[in-house]
Design a protein. Structure first.
Length: 68
């Protein structure tokens, strides 16, 4: 099971997860023009220090150059 979090700033949220030891799992995925504002939708899996999987997603204001 994976718990997901919708965030307005995937870059800042990813940094907050990695500071206490969370680690990215795989690549950042981008679905072009799938965001609610007609822009891109970005998401990435993270493994938290307690070994649970989480997904971060941004569906508004995401730009592919916002690579993590």
């Amino acid at each position: 099971m994976v718990t997901g979090f919708l965030t307005p700033d995937i870059r800042a949220t990813a940094k907050a997860i990695q500071e206490p030891g969370g680690a990215p799992v795989g690549d950042l995925h981008v679905a072009p023009h799938f965001g609610i504002d007609g822009g891109d939708y970005g998401f990435r899996l993270y493994r938290a220090p307690e070994r649970r999987l989480y997904v971060l997603a941004q569906n508004k204001g995401f730009h592919p150059e916002d690579r993590l």
